[in-house]
Design a protein around this ligand. Structure first.
Ligand code: R5P
Length: 327
């Protein structure tokens, strides 16, 4: 490609592709735009005195391919409503196509009726996003893969495994056993084990409440092994801390934890401070809280390159799944 062709291509991308940032994760949106070499879309977000949000998109979006990046992390409801307002705003401003980029999708954990008189919030929220105007969704590690089907529009589903696997592979951990800290995550743990060349083990976990869990048994060998525990979410950190204590008691050597979404809520930082974990790694789908940042206990890897590349490919109608050919 000649220099002139390259410049024309960049100008075309610049003019037709618009990325807007919700207030949940402006640093990630900025990093994605930097990767793509375009500015973050202009928008004015304000509030009425009662807290109601008012958003005005300042760039001309008529006929453009628009992306809104918003993690529905804490404060979950506020970020969710802001995303819905953005989508409505872009639709009414005649955007050609609108993609909701949701690095972390909150409300995903209530994805079925496993007892009477409970909602399925994952489906409710998916309906709200489609109704508000999204034509596509780009998400990372939805709590369960089948949530893709909750949206009646195309969903590109990325995984933090791409960046986490590379990080742990570069560490060249020997005698590695990859552990799934609960049965729900076995498939993911098996993938890590195959990419990193380790054995696989599973911890059986019992959950008593949102913040109380107990790791009760291990299937697989951990004695003398270096452990990588992988999960999609660390919320209160009860799951990984309880599993880490159990495998340490059973003679594990070093323990590493890798998770895509560092929610780190409730007593997470206190739990992690006391746990026998040598390194905790999450991605920047959710910004670290001040307490977590100050503790220096959590390493953050960026998904901005992966998201930027996926956005570029969606914009150009190129394959997104081939991004994962070389994990
Ligand atoms: C459970 O199904 C998830 O994969 C995580 O293990 C869970 O959400 C983590 O929650 P917490 O950190 O509060 O134990």
């Amino acid at each position: 490609m000649t220099n002139l062709e390259r410049k024309l291509r960049a100008m075309f991308l610049h003019d037709n592709l618009k990325i807007f940032s919700g207030s949940s994760n402006p640093a990630l949106a900025g990093a994605v735009c930097k990767y793509l070499g375009i500015p973050v879309g202009g928008a004015n977000v304000d509030k009425f005195p009662d807290g109601e949000k008012v958003i005005r998109v300042e760039d001309d979006v008529r006929g453009r391919d628009c992306f809104v990046l918003q993690s529905t992390c804490k404060p979950v409801d506020e970020h969710l409503v802001e995303l819905l307002i953005y989508l409505d705003c872009l639709r009414r401003a005649s955007a050609r196509r609108i993609t909701a980029v949701i690095p972390y999708f909150g409300y995903a954990r209530q994805d079925r009726k496993d007892e009477g008189r409970v909602p399925i919030t994952a489906k409710l929220v998916a309906n709200m996003i489609v109704t508000a105007g999204a034509d596509r969704v780009l998400a990372i590690d939805l709590h369960a893969h089948q949530l893709q089907g909750f949206f009646d529009i195309p969903v590109d589903h990325l995984t933090g495994e791409l960046v986490l696997s590379r990080y742990f592979r570069d560490k060249k951990i020997d005698n590695l056993t990859v552990i799934s800290p609960d049965v729900g995550n076995i498939k993911t743990a098996a993938k890590y084990a195959s990419h990193l060349g380790g054995d696989l083990a599973i911890v059986h976990k019992r959950r008593f409440s949102g913040s109380e869990v107990q790791a009760s048994e291990i299937i697989g060998e951990v004695k003398g092994r270096n452990i990588l525990m992988c999960d999609d979410i660390i919320a209160t950190a009860g799951t990984v801390c309880s599993a880490a204590s159990l495998v340490k008691d059973r003679g594990a050597a070093k323990i590493y934890v890798g998770a895509t979404h560092g929610i780190l809520a409730g007593a997470a930082m206190e739990n992690l401070a006391e746990a026998p974990i040598d390194e905790i790694v999450v991605t920047d789908t959710i910004p670290l809280s001040g307490q977590a940042e100050k503790s220096g206990r959590v390493r953050v890897l960026s998904v901005s390159g992966m998201l930027g590349e996926a956005i570029k490919r969606i914009h150009r109608n190129e394959s997104v799944s081939s991004l994962f050919n070389n994990v």
